[in-house]
Design a protein around this ligand. Structure first.
Ligand SMILES: [Zn+2]
Length: 140
């Protein structure tokens, strides 16, 4: 209990409280502190969801018969990514497999990428809200 405390990882200075350490970090190790909280955009890792979304976008794009300028198209869909990052991702086998998978799926006419996720969400929220509104009308 008496030995509890917080040690600075950068200079090994000891602090009684976490707040004290936080203040020290912000004043003495500003750069390291900020680097530890925010990750630069281009270096954030791709989430599985984002990769799937990009593969879907590419599959839709290719389905339209367009095969040139895929990188430019994807860059416009994912403005937070750099062209290099997109090109790098497109070289991954996992990504290529995803594109093939989406390409082989039957065309849904209502189609853009997030179609099935969207209809899922809106369908359930509609069915939840409608009974309560019919209750109101019957009580009136
Ligand atoms: Zn320190």
């Amino acid at each position: 209990m008496a030995t509890a405390g917080f040690t600075c990882v950068h200079c090994s200075k000891w602090f009684r409280s976490k707040i004290g350490l936080g203040v020290h970090m912000q004043s003495q190790h500003r750069e390291e502190y900020e680097a530890s909280i925010k990750v630069p955009k281009s270096k954030t890792r791709w989430s599985a969801e984002e990769i799937a979304l990009m593969a879907m976008s590419e599959a839709n794009f290719l389905r339209e018969g367009r095969s040139l300028e895929v990188n430019s198209y994807l860059l416009s869909q994912f403005p937070n990514r750099t062209r290099e990052a997109i090109k790098g991702q497109r070289r991954q086998v996992k990504y290529k497999d995803l594109v093939k998978e989406y390409m082989s799926k039957t065309l849904v006419s209502s189609g853009p990428c997030s179609a099935d996720l969207d209809s899922f969400g809106s369908a359930s929220s509609v069915s939840v809200s409608s009974p309560s509104s019919s209750n109101l009308t019957t009580s009136l």
